[in-house]
Design a protein around this ligand. Sequence first.
Ligand SMILES: [Zn+2]
Length: 301
Amino acid sequence: MLSFKCENCNGELSVDSSGALYCEYCGSRFHFSDEQLRGYKEFRGRMLRYLRETHERKAEEVRNEDALWHSAEYAYLKSADDNDITIRYLYRCDDGPSVTMYLTREAFLFHFKKEARALAEAQERALQRLSFPPADMKGLRDCFPVAAGSYLLENGGLLLAYRRAGNLFPLPLLGALSAEHAAWVVSRMENICCVLAYSDLAHNGISENSLAVDPFTHHAVLIGHWWEAGYASEGSAGDLKAVRSTASRILGVNRSGIPKEFTAFLNSAPKRNAYDDFALWDEVIEKGFGGRRFAKTNIQI
Ligand SMILES: [Zn+2]
């Protein structure tokens, strides 16, 4: 299904009980009579029901996505050597006029049109520059894209594929998150910023639109917007600010139950580097949330 974004803040729209399209990030409501939105509403409702059920299921139960994929759609491309490429996708999101992301069952695909080839090349260069601490105790490597294929297209475009592990979904599909669940996304973003610092990279595009999360495991991957990355000549401040603005957005308009330490963190200036910032965040977890514990994702619907 094609993404449908809020006109006010660009958040992925949800559907409220009256059937209106509703932005959980800024609270805007939109009433459209357009027939083509019917499919979108059905998809969003089904998606959120699935995600809510993940909350109610026991973690060890099967994470069966089959019902979602019954409503998958198809896109068709042609390779430079004239082979047909069929993309079966659940969700499609345009990122500007020249880049389209597809969520397929096994991969995140990025279709760069010919005029965006430089972006694709910048993305591949940035990912090659990533390096990881020798003892990767936290599985940090899994928080970054793993290349799964590259296809030249007939019209000069490029299709880049990255592995979709587990039950990863683009973060905007989850809608607004409670403080506890926004906190686990922040924890992963802080981990990610430490790897970026270790690699001397600035990502420059961290937002809900560049993250994918697994609601079952709280895993998160910085999957998108790598074309904006560059050397971290200015330090980590930009990415660390983006961690705060992303967390503020995914908390949405319903701000009840946010620990004051979390709010103070969101309003704080980033520390001078990602490692110190992670230590600051760790204090928020300790004081605001009583330490690390696993909470099942509670999707608001
Ligand atoms: Zn909005």
